[in-house]
Design a protein around this ligand. Structure first.
Ligand code: PMP
Length: 393
């Protein structure tokens, strides 16, 4: 039979990282390629206890269908945390529990984007967002990331020239670059978004993983209801739960709930109950503090090894949190060629060009530091340095 696929699937990029991960699956390889949290920090015992407790105490209900919006106490927990950590007045009914924040991206694309609508995304941008939004065929306008975030005056010029339906951004410890928007950039960008009435989607899965510097206001602090927040338990508890959320105002929420119903009725209710039980019984702040401490050491080991073993013509970002660091090779060097040489030396990373929606970035690459211990990180960067020398540039 000759299959015919829907037009919307044409040209949607396959996840390049998944492909790279296949190459990096060999146990000999030190992989800085994935985006995996450190599994040593997964709260296995706490989850085991929470699991037994919900089944023992409320098994019949726990295994039943539930509402699309999600388990009310979990939504209250999230709203309360926004109040306590960010000073944001968010009501529980503004929270929709999703199947990871990745589903949030798909639902937002579904309810907001018609083919040809303008969508702004950082350059480099989060690959999962590029993929999820691509299905809805927007016209991407990419905005370069600098060490302190995007250039707000350039954002303004983009808004002046093009109708923009949404601006997607990861302002804290961005994936892939590790960059954080400064306070000044946040303020300027918020003013531009307000002036042109552009809807801002603030994706913040790493925000709580700050191990250096000071917390900055959320863009929501400046934008109120004219923004949407995406959040996730993947990096602060465990990704296997697939528990994330969208925080949005009433009008958007109504559409999201319809789209979510059509997609999957509701997120895994068992996961929601176990996660909520775990959050109620453990001290999540202590747990997050432990993650920050380990990630800081891993990040320091990587940054120091880069400074020690790689030539100074290779630039790196200086992440203050999160899981990623970004390298820029000198102009004309190819990170794809370096990747080949690196894999021969049993070290892997993600070449940067797939993170660029409109070309470029051939001399960039992403390194993940959360999934290897400090001595392995050092060894991996040494191998990378050898691969670089071997390229003879
Ligand atoms: N947004 C960003 C910026 C991410 O890095 C990730 C995870 N790689 C996600 C969203 C999706 O995370 P999850 O679906 O596990 O919540």
């Amino acid at each position: 039979m000759k299959l015919r696929f829907a037009e919307r699937m044409r040209d949607v990029p396959k996840s390049f990282i998944r492909e790279i991960l296949k190459a990096a699956a060999d146990p000999k390889i030190i992989s800085f390629a994935g985006g995996l949290p450190n599994p040593d920090l997964f709260p296995v015992e706490g989850v085991q206890e929470a699991c037994a407790k919900v089944l023992r105490d409320d098994g019949q209900n726990v295994l039943q269908y539930t509402t699309t919006e999600g388990y009310p106490p979990l939504r209250e927990f999230i709203a309360e945390r926004y109040r306590a950590k960010k000073g944001l007045a968010i009501r529980p009914d503004e929270i929709l529990i999703t199947n990871g924040s990745q589903q949030g991206l798909d639902l937002l694309g579904k309810i907001l984007l018609n083919e040809g609508d303008g969508a702004v995304i950082e350059k480099p941008g989060y690959l999962g967002a590029i993929q999820a939004l691509s299905i809805y065929k927007p016209v991407f306008h990419s905005i370069p990331l600098h060490d302190d975030g995007v250039d707000a005056s350039l954002a303004k010029r983009i808004f002046q020239k093009n109708p923009i339906q949404l601006f997607y951004s990861v302002p804290n410890f961005q994936n892939p670059s590790g960059v954080t928007y400064s306070k000044a950039v946040r303020e300027e960008l918020a003013a531009a978004l307000k002036e042109y009435g552009v809807l801002f989607v603030e994706d913040d899965p790493y925000g709580e993983l700050r191990f250096m510097g000071e917390d900055l206001p959320s863009m929501r602090n400046y934008l109120d209801g004219d923004s949407i927040l995406l959040g996730s338990f993947s990096k602060i508890v465990a990704p296997a739960f697939r528990m994330g959320w969208i925080c949005a105002g009433k009008e958007i929420m109504e559409k999201l709930v319809i789209a979510k119903q059509a997609a999957d009725l509701h997120s895994n209710s068992f996961s929601q109950r176990v996660l909520y039980q775990y959050l109620s019984d453990c001290n999540i702040d202590d747990h997050i503090a432990a993650i920050r401490c380990v990630y800081k050491n891993q990040r320091d080991a990587m940054a120091e090894s880069i400074d020690q073993y790689l030539p100074s013509e290779i630039q790196r970002t200086n992440p203050e949190g999160g899981m990623f660091l970004w390298l820029t090779l000198p102009d004309g060097a190819s990170s794809m060629m370096l990747f080949q040489a690196a894999v021969e030396r049993n070290v892997a990373f993600v070449p940067g060009y797939p993170f660029y929606v409109d070309g470029g970035g051939e001399n960039t690459l992403r390194l993940n530091y959360s999934n290897a211990d400090e001595s392995t990180i050092k060894e991996g960067i040494q191998r990378l340095a050898q691969a670089w020398v071997r390229m003879g540039l």
